[in-house]
Ligand binder design. Structure first.
Ligand code: CDP
Ligand code: ZN
Length: 159
């Protein structure tokens, strides 16, 4: 068994859809990024790569590469998951905490879980997503952006 953790933060900007956990969430702003800015997926990718001892998302998909401009982060997640299966890792569970002062995330969690379950090749019950404000403190509290923490457990089925 191997544990991994991931963290990601992105700045809110106007004129961009807000995409988290593969779901478009109605809001007046989106997240600035080379990709689609899906900080939930980026944190999960880093947790998975960390648990596998494979570095981080930036080393696989550099943000200097035009190929990844505005890319759907679900494509990156599915690619990370393929690497893990090739290396005989199975995912045990994934747990995510989204720090956002706004918008309200909880109504969208069931959709996020079902999309992530597809990409992670897991049952929804092996994925947990939760959200919290920071009680108006810090960059999250000032609505400058959001932050996401993820942890996961991997099982290595063959060494
Ligand atoms: O301290 P706690 O997280 O319980 O309180 P809070 O930050 O005021 O958030 C209350 C609840 O609102 C959380 O437990 C989440 O279920 C939900 N929430 C949400 O859906 N979307 C957010 N951006 C923040 C919180
Ligand atoms: Zn990111």
């Amino acid at each position: 068994m191997r544990v991994g953790q991931g963290y990601d933060a992105h700045r809110y900007i106007s004129d961009r859809p807000l995409i988290l956990g593969g779901v478009e969430i109605p809001y007046e702003k989106g997240l600035e990024a080379h990709s689609d800015g899906d900080a939930v997926i980026h944190a999960i990718c880093d947790a998975l790569l960390g648990a596998a001892g494979l570095g981080d998302i930036g080393s696989y998909y550099p943000d200097t590469d035009k190929k990844y401009e505005n890319i759907d982060s679900r494509i990156l997640l599915r690619d990370v998951v393929s690497h893990l299966y090739e290396k005989h890792f199975e995912i045990g569970n994934v747990d995510v905490t989204i720090l956002a002062q706004a918008p309200k995330i909880s109504p969208h969690i069931p959709d996020m879980k079902s999309r992530l379950a597809e990409d992670l090749r897991l049952q929804s019950s092996s994925i947990n997503i939760k959200a919290t404000t920071t009680e108006r403190m810090g960059f999250v509290g000032r609505l400058e952006g959001i932050a996401v923490y993820a942890v996961c457990l991997l099982k290595q089925t063959k060494i």
